[in-house]
Design a binder for this molecule. Structure first.
Ligand code: 5AD
Ligand code: SF4
Length: 458
């Protein structure tokens, strides 16, 4: 009976799909980090290449895709809530696919939890998307792409459908071999694998030819980059991308302190197009907690790298990620994190409550900190950081800086942009015509908030 029902559903789908054959539509929603955002650009390009057309809502689409994040439990829950919200659309013959980290982590269990899902694929299997789509179109269900950590290939495609008008993302390294004790990434994104510098530079030139002036190099640990051709170090690749004709800004994220070498700072000093910004996640200021996190550095090691960055001829802004309430974190450990904040004087901090994740070693550590205490620590940290930023940002009043325009807010008569240090800048211009996104203007800073600068173009 069940088999019959399944066959009937497949038949209904084949009829539905047939009627859509000339207009295969998909809706894609992305959760999580910039790596996911860029993966989505590649997935969209791949689908378009297969004759699909992107639409703006689940209701309009024949195929509904979620590119998912599982870094914290909340992010994962969001995906299942979304699937649940739209499951009734399955009855209209629409098909669902789960991509990304939740797909890789949960695998075929997703079919049990959400039986209307037909496709489950982790990022290491996106190369096989065209083949998986063909099977989907033939009416097959329960299609999986779940390559494990062993994959050697990065996912590259010339069909990337870039969604950002001014910033071109380029993945230079995928996966992670660090295995921090709290983190799912090594399990969801597989082992570390770098692209050749030749192919990275080829893509950088192509992006520049398309008119992009900003490039952001991406990798879970971008500075762990190892050129398979052995031609360039990470710092040399940074400099070479910065020297591509037409490129005015190069960013890179995320750097791991363990692999942060002095020549990265030297490259920023030397090559004007490399932005004045390093994102260097510290996670904790306590040596004991860093050890339990398996971060493989001490606070001293971290602060030495900060000192290199601060010794630069340029004003390099530093931002970080912090986890509060890691299992066993005492009040004293937390105070050490607060002290480190004050010492580094970050321009931006992304702080998270620890979230226990499947498969990770920290899962079995005794998690004795009451939720209310973790929440209190997080708030204290955010309050402290706000004060640090209030001081940092106000130091820039009176400076003239270069801002890249990202958009306009006509209602407020303001233009929104970003400084080389990655700070949001909201400014006014005497010109009646709003500047185009992606253009560069010089702005006099006249005011500051803890998270943004205010100014007038000069
Ligand atoms: N719980 C809370 N935060 C986490 N991060 C990674 N894993 C977890 C987790 N299990 C944070 C880290 C990392 C950022 C991307 O997410 O701070 O740098
Ligand atoms: Fe996760 Fe650590 Fe790898 Fe970053 S370095 S992705 S935190 S395991």
């Amino acid at each position: 009976m069940r088999a019959f029902r399944l066959r009937a559903a497949e038949k209904a789908f084949a009829v539905y799909w047939g009627s859509m054959a000339t207009d295969k539509t998909f809706y894609l929603e992305t959760f999580g980090c910039q790596m996911n955002a860029h993966d989505s650009e590649k997935v969209i390009g791949t689908l378009e290449q297969q004759g699909y057309r992107q639409v703006e809502s689940e209701e309009e689409a024949g195929l509904i895709l979620y590119n998912t994040c599982s870094i914290r439990d909340k992010a994962e829950q969001k995906v299942f809530n979304r699937l649940n919200d739209y499951k009734k659309l399955h009855k209209q013959g629409k098909r669902f696919g789960v991509l990304g980290c939740v797909a890789q982590q949960e695998g075929e269990k997703i079919f049990e939890r959400a039986p209307y899902v037909s496709l489950v694929s982790g990022s290491a299997s996106y190369r096989k998307l065209p083949e998986m789509l063909t099977r989907l179109e033939a009416g097959e269900g329960r299609i999986t792409g779940l390559d494990d950590r062993q994959t050697d290939e990065t996912f590259e495609t010339e069909f990337t459908a870039r969604q950002n008008q001014y910033r071109g993302y380029i993945t230079i390294i995928e996966g992670c071999d660090k295995f921090c004790s709290y983190c799912v990434v090594p399990y969801t994104r597989g082992k570390e694998r770098s692209r050749t510098s030749t192919s990275v530079l080829h893509e950088a030139r192509r992006i520049a030819d398309l008119g992009y002036t900003e490039i952001q190099l991406l990798g879970q640990n971008v500075n762990s980059y190892r050129d398979p051709e052995g031609k360039m170090s990470f710092a040399e690749l940074l400099a070479a991308v910065g020297e591509v004709a037409g490129i005015r800004r190069v960013r890179f994220t995320t750097s791991h302190p363990r692999d942060f070498t002095r020549d990265i700072v030297d490259a920023i000093d030397r090559v004007p197009t490399l932005c004045d910004h390093v994102h260097l996640p510290v996670q904790s200021g306590s040596a004991r907690i860093l050890k339990a996190m398996a971060r493989e550095y001490s606070p001293e090691w971290y602060l030495e790298r900060v000192a290199w960055i601060k010794a630069s001829r340029r004003q390099i802004s530093i931002s970080t990620d912090i986890i509060v309430g890691f299992p066993g974190e005492t009040e004293d450990d937390f105070i050490q994190t607060m002290d480190l904040l004050a010492e580094v004087e970050y321009d931006c901090v992304f702080a998270f409550k620890y979230s226990a994740r499947p498969n990770t070693p920290a899962l079995v550590m005794i998690d004795s900190i009451p939720e209310a205490e973790t929440a209190k620590r997080l708030q204290a940290l955010l309050d402290r950081q706000r004060e640090i930023q209030r001081v940092n940002y106000s130091k820039q009043i009176g400076e003239i800086i270069e801002v890249m325009v990202e958009g306009t807010n006509p209602a407020r008569g303001q233009i929104a942009g970003r400084s080389s240090q990655n700070k949001p800048v909201n400014f006014t211009s005497p010109h009646p015509i709003a500047p185009a996104p992606g253009s560069y203007l010089r702005v006099m800073i006249t005011g500051a908030y803890p998270n943004s600068l205010v100014g007038e173009s000069v």
